[in-house]
Design a protein around this ligand. Sequence first.
Ligand SMILES: Cc1cc2nc3c(=O)[nH]c(=O)nc-3n(C[C@H](O)[C@H](O)[C@H](O)COP(=O)(O)O)c2cc1C
Length: 345
Amino acid sequence: MSETISKRKREHIEVINRDPMVDRQGGFFDAIQLQHRALPEIDLQDVDPSVTVMGKTLSFPLLISSMTGGDDNLVRKVNRNLATAAQITGVAMGLGSQRVMLQQPEAEASFQVRDVAPDILLLGNLGAIQLNNGVTSEQVQDMLLRVQADALFLHLNPLQEAVQPEGDTNFAGLAARIGQLQAALPVPVVLKEVGAGLSVRDIELGISQGIQWFDVAGRGGTSWARIEQHRRKDDGQLGFTLQDWGIPTPVAMQQARPYMQQANFIASGGLRDGLDLIKSVIIGGCLGGIAKPLLAPAMESTEAVVAVIESLKKEFVTAMFLLSVQNVADLRLNNALLMPHCQPN
Ligand SMILES: Cc1cc2nc3c(=O)[nH]c(=O)nc-3n(C[C@H](O)[C@H](O)[C@H](O)COP(=O)(O)O)c2cc1C
């Protein structure tokens, strides 16, 4: 069973490398247009992109979204390169699903990144569906302690599971279990999707269960329906038909707006440059998350990951300058930075 999980993680990476169309390139952030300032009245040198999230200071609001982990050399290398780069550049990182740790002790090493990333905001990860498969709060707490995570990403992936050949599809009664887990853990649970978005009803259910953090992980980037279709032995179309199912990330953030007083939001899914990132913050994100664009660099080297992150940062800082905004706090939910036709009603 656990060897199967490591093998599956490896297959996901192979599919992503083989089929460029698993990145759906939705371009949904293009519809958000920002107000250029020709007379910004600030010095580019004075722009400060740093933020503090969950008590940790980041050099700018970037999260390396959860990707991988397991008993596999490639996966170990990917996580180490991502974590080392996160430490060097001062950004946050999510680990991939730690479910494999529960069944295969050898997999644990791939999640142990604190030796190279002692200071970063680090989030552990588990599929919420595992709470319906008997995984207990004690096991989850132990899993988080072992990797010294600051919080837990609990992912909701009904579309992926429905298309996955060996998928788990019993999502009945999960909300209450999520609430019990949050009540038992000393760290925040961040409820996330994996590329199809969280709806208003999902957010309301989460809040009713004591969840205070959400990552909408919407549509526009990596399509798990398409990835899993490649792993199906049948010649059907299920995953291709559903490859663009879901709520586009900016729409999910827009819908979440009424809840941004009570809860904290991360925007991810299809962010592809520093402009998508700054737009994510303007529409209410504490952080913006990026996964797939960092995978190929992470398979190469730490330096390759650092180079991508540094260009994202340069784009983000340049956009702050051109918006005449010196601090990230002045970006968040600032409608005046959006062109009038892009402003929420
Ligand atoms: C190779 C790969 C593996 C992933 N594995 C996980 C995972 O284990 N747990 C999780 O919550 N999300 C996982 N994701 C989903 C991402 O965290 C993210 O939500 C999604 O890919 C959308 O971001 P993107 O469009 O920037 O890739 C994975 C994504 C990629 C590309």
